[in-house]
Write a protein of this length. Sequence first.
Length: 468
Amino acid sequence: MKKRNQVVSRSGRFESGPGADVAAFSESVSFDWRLWQQDITGSMAHAAMLHKIGILTQSELQAIVSGLERIGSEIAAGDFEWKPELEDVHMNIEATLTKRVPAGAKLHTARSRNDQVALDMRMWVRDEIVHLLGELRELQRSLVGLGEKHPDVLIPGYTHLQRAQPVFLAHHLLAYVEMLGRDSDRFQDAFVRVNICPLGSGAIAGSTIPLDREFVAQELGFVDGHGRAQLTQNSMDAVSDRDYVVEFCAAAALLAVHLSRLSEDLILWASSEFQFIKIEDTYTTGSSLMPQKKNPDIAELTRGKSGRVIGNLVSLLTLLKGLPMTYNRDLQEDKERLFDTADTVRACVRLMGAMLQHTHPVEENCRKASSDPALLATDLADYLVRRGLPFRKAHHAVGAIVALAEKQNKTLKQLTIDEYQSVEKLFSDDVMDCLELKKAMAQRNFTGAPGPREVKKQLARWSKQLKE
Ligand code: ARG
């Protein structure tokens, strides 16, 4: 008996197809169509394997492959009609193929949508990681490039958003290069676990057909550094595992947090209060009301978008935590979280990199802000330490010097040597050398320190590494 709102008939045990409301509620093709390339490539490899083990004849294989190729070019050209009533990308492609090519009906032998969807997703994540890694390097290059263009610009480094000690702008930028380097490492590490072939797991329990899983894995590039096929080892795990999606989204969330922090620094630096940088007009926007405004929207949006990337990770973890083994339809909800995460972080990385190429330090303001001798108070304490005073006592003495200068409304440089000695006898004439910014910076010279030699070394190291 057919229901009136029925949209598609199902064969076999079903007397009627799902109602239109059910189909609309459960379809995923409106978003998982994005897996089409992976789906077609995966189906071709599966068909080649079915031929190898004698399920498909040579001409059936050829018919299937050219049928899939035709579908692929139609999709690429925007000429393919996606039907929501066919639920997802997998059924849409297979149904169209089978309508055109009778052998298409054999394609789903020993395969389930459950392992097919796992396969397609793994291939999709793999591709995204490769693209993202390239884009991350581009962003790192922009940061290093900005540092290299202005190697002598000093700014105050901050703790508690209070001026702390002078640092080279390049040193500050390189901090983000380090963070992004760890992000890249995390994505590369995740890649190893993404790059494992689930096909052959069937719906949950494999198949009685003697599949050649190694062949499929090799065909699809699921191999380690030695070219050995990488296969999932448990069919139940393989169809329900979404760890690789979580890992990708977790690495992306941390990346988004890094980008958000960088954005915050740039927003502060671009403010009238700081005025350390100018962002070119093309990467800023105006206000509809206030004619004087120039807003750092790219950085603000990047900071804002980190929220949804973090949200996507939390959604995924929440989605997974209560699922009984194995595949449950809930898992269909993973895709939009994954797609949105990848789209968002990739766009942020690209835009941030481009914006930095159009960002310039306002050297005069940076110089003014970093030349306050108070930023070298710690150097004075080190001076006393070199003369044998325990650091705690040195810290106390310099604190008293700072208080004295404040009381007299002078900078540390304007105090006389007598005044220094009135606080601590160990001070002598050469103390003023400590307050020479250039000399002071040159003292900071071991690995990781912000001295000019070290910063130049780090710039050179990264720029070499990013060239390859
Ligand atoms: N559209 C589904 C998803 O994205 C495909 C798998 C459906 N499997 C099933 N047994 N209904 O998860």
